[in-house]
Design a binder for this molecule. Structure first.
Ligand code: SF4
Length: 309
């Protein structure tokens, strides 16, 4: 596997990539109340509110809004001035969004007999609901959406997959949909958005957040963490992370390597007893072992490193 080709979709086992991300998400994720519901009205309100407001601040507004107008029918019956007033009082951005939401609630009652449409195309018939919001509601309420491609997801895909990273005009949708397990848009979209929001931030936190894709990730293995919204290399505790990435890539290519051979391959100034020598590489390997990525076999004459199976 060449450096350019490291981390393409064709190099990975898609089922493994899916399972790793879903387990990582299920293990631990930020808790937002709209993740606990499958009510399309409640989800639509959260999506419209989140368009311009930080998620942490949306929680209070979302709860207060639903307390005041618990259903689409309640909202449809409300006075539009009161809805706009609520929007302004909670600093939720453009008032037009409040007007559209009110209008959409009216459509649910009058055009859909109180039943939300379940399909992204139909959801787009609602006032102010564009393709992104329609797909989010279809996914989170009905588990019936396509893969979400927002700024966070683009950053993840750009870093993780070489064909996106190296393309002049990357086709995010195709890769995103190829990754998503069929019929699992609810958990998948939540998981990949969480990856972008927590681990694959502009300033990446691959090791700190235990990113489940380090083993395959093009950026982690090459050290190039640029992305569409991160045009220059982010500054961070880069060197150790980059060396860990190189170790993972080399062990992926070679199955196993003795420590000195590995050391010479990742640093030109590697000297077994020097500052960047065995002790140094053992520390990196022990970080990777703690994260379940690599292991060192001490049984033979020389220590051998390999990826954990
Ligand atoms: S390893 Fe780092 S750069 Fe790659 S997907 Fe994970 S968080 Fe993003």
């Amino acid at each position: 596997m060449s450096e350019e080709a490291a981390g393409t979709l064709a190099d990975v086992s898609v089922p493994d990539v899916r399972t790793a991300l879903i387990s990582w998400y299920e293990d631990d994720h930020r808790s937002f109340p709209w993740r606990e519901t499958t009510d399309p009205y409640e989800i639509l309100v959260s999506e419209v509110m989140s368009q311009q407001t930080q998620l942490g601040r949306v929680v209070d507004a979302w709860e207060a809004f639903l307390e005041r107008w618990p259903t689409a029918a309640d909202l449809a019956a409300a006075d539009r001035g009161a809805v706009v007033g609520f929007w302004t009082d909670h600093s939720l951005g453009y008032n037009n969004r409040a007007k559209y939401l009110h209008e959409a609630a009216g459509q649910i009652v009058s055009e859909f007999d109180g039943d939300f449409p379940r399909d992204p195309d139909e959801l787009q018939e609602l006032m102010g609901v564009g393709p992104y919001t329609a797909n989010a509601v279809a996914s989170f309420a009905f588990n019936n959406g396509d893969a979400v491609v927002d700024t966070n997801v683009k950053r993840v895909l750009h870093r993780a997959f070489a064909e996106i990273h190296n393309a002049d005009d990357p086709d995010y949708e195709t890769v995103a949909n190829a990754l998503m397990p069929a019929g699992e848009s609810r958990i998948w979209n939540n998981a990949i958005m969480e990856l972008g929001g927590v681990a694959c931030q502009k300033q990446p936190r691959c090791d700190e957040e235990g990113c489940p894709w380090r083993e395959w990730c093009h950026a982690y293995q090459t050290g190039d963490f640029t992305a569409p919204d991160v045009p220059t290399q982010p500054s961070f505790e880069g060197s150790r992370r980059q060396f860990r990435g190189r170790i993972v890539r080399l062990l992926g290519e070679h199955d196993e390597m003795d420590l000195d051979t590995l050391g010479h391959r990742i640093r030109v100034d590697y000297t077994p007893d020097g500052e960047y020598g065995r002790e140094w590489i053992r520390e990196l390997l022990s970080d990777l072992a703690e994260d379940g990525l690599a292991e060192v076999d001490e049984a033979g004459d020389v220590p051998i490193a390999r990826l954990q199976k």
